[in-house]
Design a protein around this ligand. Structure first.
Ligand SMILES: [Zn+2]
Length: 684
């Protein structure tokens, strides 16, 4: 992977809407097509299973034929609506990049950088011929380390792994300023469970990891690869024991620990922080936020208890692991066998051009987005989305007025926060200047490194300045959406504004059930268990009265219990606590979208289309965007690591909590998904 090791601000993590969907139409034209992309009104009714009672299993009722017959492409861990739309976005980017490659681009332009970065990725012969030469300088630097301080100096460089990561984000205490955030880091497997959980499945993951680490040492020319692998894994297992679990990392209070340098030295005494911060360009920093304090303290204590030689093996493995995509095929194949095949069940490597598109997304994604928007994003879509977002905001305002569990003081604060939402649609108002990023056709490894350094230095340079509110975390060509609590901003990239999420030719019920629910979901994050701890200006501030807080918590516990009971694999149930924020977003989002749909009808009855009422189309559209199947290993991975519930839960549990769904499909006591009115969770 080519993302920064340094975890981007903890606080923005896990707040996005994951997963997406398909679409088969051609390039987005300048004028919307007259007919919807799906079916006659926007919902694909041919793939429903009407033999299933909607009240027994709504997800299967809405998607059953597709679920019974679809297969996961060999190069994917999961397949569904989001993935289909992602395939389209990927193909669109390829067409754009191929076009750039056909003629020489003027040196130093964005077009030249995109084209040459892609060309350097596609030049497999050259990557092969260079062997591990690009890694030599890093390996020599590791080799030369003799003391703990030498190790820490290496760990402060962005290319090396460490038990701590450094990032720069908005300060929760004053979101107009940037702050350095220090987080737990340093594992080679996804999370601590992979090291520590008992059972055959996890034994299998650990065996695959051992094979992988051994293979990397072989390829690096290590004389005792199996022993070196055992050393690295033993060290990481000790690190895993002190790491915080993903659900604990969602605690915004426990992870917000502002410190000055003396405080940092006292809290994490094993690290010479000047030695760690200086190589990252942060030597002059006087104030930091430390996230998982005990994990960072105890993880770095291993620098004292484990031999320098063991840490050197650790650094060598990780520097090769992180760069494996950009090294000869033997590294790439070994990485695929572990990261994709063993951990997620993927059968074959993705075609090279697809991975090239992902590389561009990671290294020069905003620049690529500038070209993507110019070619593919119809200007009319922005205005239509702005209107939808305004309708959703109005709907939430209406709902807030009548929520029985809120007292007036808290309600007024919530309205203030809603009014301050800052929605961004399509693409950023200001494009990122890649002028200082040099790219050439011949040096894939160095291109990627320079890209990371360019991004890091840009962040370091603005420390001490005012936070840039025009910046986007996501790329316009990304099929996703996000909410950022410290900015109180909602972001809807251009690529998600396509069918089946958003189709100007579809029936309004369909758009409200799809993109409307996505908009509502992101708004819901402003008021989920994390987002509600931030105020209208993005400051971490408690604006809740004690009694309203208690009522909120009671509802969220009920919701967690519903998700805890969703068990898609034997002994593998959704973690209601880890997925809490996303689940609140999903439920609140669907409620808001439904209210907005009703408001849009202006008191009139929606027409019946194909025998379906407006309400039925709304809920079917929603369940359809979550249409997805995935491999068991990928599902287990998701449940352990991802704050999003599996799509079958996302496309059915919110419905069960909405009275309108019961009315729309005649769901009655005795139906398997039936919840008595008092069991339904009503939050937003
Ligand atoms: Zn989300």
């Amino acid at each position: 992977m080519i993302t920064l090791r340094l975890p981007a601000a903890a606080l923005a993590a896990g707040l996005t809407l994951a997963q997406a969907s398909p679409s088969a139409q051609g390039p987005t034209g300048q004028t919307p097509p007259a007919t919807p992309a799906f079916g006659t009104f926007g919902v694909d009714t041919t793939q429903m299973d009407t033999a299933v009672k909607p009240g027994d299993d709504f997800f299967r009722y809405a998607n059953g034929k597709w679920l019974a017959t679809a297969t996961i492409p060999a190069d994917k861990a999961r397949y569904g609506m989001f993935d289909m739309l992602r395939d389209k976005a990927e193909a669109d980017v390829r067409a754009l990049v191929d076009e750039l490659g056909r003629t020489p681009q003027p040196a130093g332009t964005l077009r030249q950088k995109v084209a040459d970065l892609y060309a350097s990725w596609m030049d497999e012969a050259r990557i092969e011929a260079r062997g591990i030469e690009p890694l030599r300088a890093d390996l020599a630097a590791i080799d030369a380390a003799a003391t703990k301080t030498d190790l820490i100096r290496l760990m402060g460089r962005i290319e090396f792994s460490a038990p701590f990561g450094m990032g720069i984000s908005a300060d929760p205490a004053d979101p107009t300023k940037y702050v350095v955030v220090i987080s737990q880091s340093g594992l080679g497997m996804p999370v601590r469970d992979y090291y520590l959980n008992p059972g055959e499945k996890f034994d299998g993951y650990r065996a695959a990891y051992k094979t992988y680490v051994t293979r990397i040492f072989e390829l690096l020319g290590d004389k005792t690869p199996a022993d070196s692998a055992a050393t690295v894994i033993a060290l990481e297992t000790k690190l895993a024991q002190v790491h915080w679990a993903p659900e604990r990392r969602r605690d915004v209070k426990a992870t917000n620990n502002p410190m000055d340098r003396a405080g940092l030295a006292a809290a994490v005494p094993a690290v010479d922080w000047q030695a760690a911060l200086e190589p990252a360009g942060l030597g002059a920093v006087s104030h930091v936020v430390v996230r998982e304090v005990s994990a960072i303290k105890d993880g770095t204590a291993l620098l004292d208890t484990e031999p320098v030689a063991a840490w050197k093996k650790y650094l060598a493995f990780h520097v090769a692991d992180e760069a494996s995509d950009n090294l000869p095929k033997a590294f790439d194949d070994a990485s695929f066998a572990f990261h994709s095949k063993a951990l997620r069940g993927v059968e074959v490597q993705r075609e090279r051009w697809k991975r090239g598109v992902s590389l561009l997304d990671g290294v020069i994604g905003k620049g690529l987005g500038e070209l993507y928007v110019a070619k593919y994003f119809p200007p009319g879509h922005k205005a239509a989305m702005d209107a939808l977002v305004a309708n959703l905001r109005a709907a939430m305002g209406e709902r807030l007025k009548t929520l029985a569990w809120m007292d007036e003081a808290t309600r007024a604060e919530a309205q203030k926060k809603l009014a301050a939402f800052d929605p961004r649609v399509g693409y950023p108002s200001k494009w990122l200047d890649y002028g200082a990023f040099a790219v050439d056709k011949a040096s894939l490894f160095e291109n990627v490194r320079r890209g990371r350094m360019f991004d890091w230095q840009r962040r370091v340079a603005r420390l001490g300045g005012t936070v840039d509110r025009t910046e986007w975390g996501m790329n316009p060509q990304t099929v996703n959406a996000s909410y950022n609590p410290t900015m109180n901003q909602l972001t809807f990239p251009a690529a998600i504004l396509q069918p089946p999420f958003f189709d100007p030719a579809a029936d309004p019920a369909v758009n409200y059930g799809a993109i409307g629910a996505v908009i509502g979901h992101e708004m819901g994050h402003g008021f989920d268990d994390q987002g509600r701890q931030f105020d209208e200006a993005g400051r971490m501030r408690n604006w809740w009265s004690e009694s309203t807080n208690t009522k909120f918590l009671a509802q969220t516990e009920k919701l967690a219990a519903q998700y805890n009971a969703f068990c898609p694999l034997p002994e593998t149930c959704v973690n209601g606590k880890l997925t809490m924020g996303e689940n609140i977003g999903d439920l609140g989002g669907l409620e808001m979208a439904y209210t907005a749909y009703k408001l849009s009808l202006g008191g009139k009855e929606a027409p019946v289309l194909n025998g379906l009422t407006g309400d039925q189309r709304f809920f079917l559209s929603h369940a359809q965007i979550w249409r997805s199947i995935q491999r068991d290993d990928a599902l287990r991975n998701l449940i352990l690591t991802d704050p999003h519930a599996p799509s079958a839960a996302r496309g059915s549990i919110p419905e069960r909590n909405m009275d309108a769904w019961y009315a729309a499909f005649g769901v009655k006591p005795g139906d398997k998904a039936y919840l008595a009115p008092e069991q339904r969770v009503r939050i937003w």
